[in-house]
Design a protein around this ligand. Sequence first.
Ligand code: PMM
Length: 279
Amino acid sequence: MRARTLVWGVVNATPDSFSDGGRHLQAPAAVEHGLALVAQGADVVDVGGESTRPGATRPTEAEELARVLPVVAALAERGVVVSIDTMRAGVAAAALEAGATIVNDVSGGLADPEVAALVAASGATCVVGHWRGHSAGMNDLAVYDDVVAEVRAELGARLAAFEAAGARPEQLVADPGLGFAKRAEHDWALLAALPELVGSWGRVLVGASRKRFLGALLAEAGGRAGGPSSPPPPEQRDDATAAVTALAAAAGAWGVRVHAVRASADAVRVAARWAEAAA
Ligand code: PMM
C-alpha cells in the first residue's frame, strides 16, 4: 500500500509574512503555533525566517538566524519533526545543529550553492524547489513556452546537481515551486501534471497553500455563489487549499505544505482510505 501523503504545517517566523501578518514573530508564539499544528495532525513543522512573498526584500543571515533558531530548537526539543525553510547553507547548518532534520530550499540550491554539499554531508532530507530568482524580480521570470517541460528539465538539473555534490537520491524531495516565477496558469498546469511528476521523481511536495492562484480562482466571476469579486485574503483560501490537498494526495504527492493543518490532515486520510479501497 502506498504511504499516506504527509502534511507539513507552516510556521512563518517573519515580520512580513503575507499569510500570518507577522503574528508569530515572537519565538514563544511561533513555538506554540508549531505545537498546535502538530496537535491538528501535522507530520512535519516547517520553520521559515525569510518571506518569499513576491517583491519581498531579504533579511540578513543574522536576522534570519535570530528568527528561526530559537523556534527550531524548542520544537525539536519537544519531539517535533522540524524542517528549516531557508535558501542559506549557514542557516540550514545551524538549524540542523539545533535539531531540524529536513532542509527545505525553495531555490533548489541556486541561491546558495553550498546547500547541496551541506545536504550531502549531513544526510538530511532535502526539498529541492523549482525557482528562477529571488522574490523581488520573480514575476518577470514567469515566462514559459511549455511550463511542465521546462520545470521538469530545470528541476531535474537541480536534483542532479545535489547528487553530483554527493547527496543520495533517497534524500531528495522535488517541489515544482508553485507561485515561484509562475503565473496562475503555470501553477494549474503543474498541478495537472502531478501524476507525471510523481512518476519521474517519486517524492513530490506540493506548496499550494493560500497562494495567489487560489485567490484568483475564488475571485473569478461565477466561481461560487455569493463569492467575492476580488481575491479573498490568504486566510480565506484554506478550503480551496484543502481541496488541492485531496487531489494532490490522490495524484500520489509525497507531502503537502499548508498553513491550516486540520482540513488537510483529514483530506490526506480520506485519500489514503479511498486508495486502499480501490486497490
Ligand atoms: N512556498 C512558500 C514558502 N516555502 N516551501 C516549499 N517547499 N514549497 C513551497 O511552495 C513554498 C515553500 C511561500 O509560501 P508562504 O510564504 O505562505 O509560506
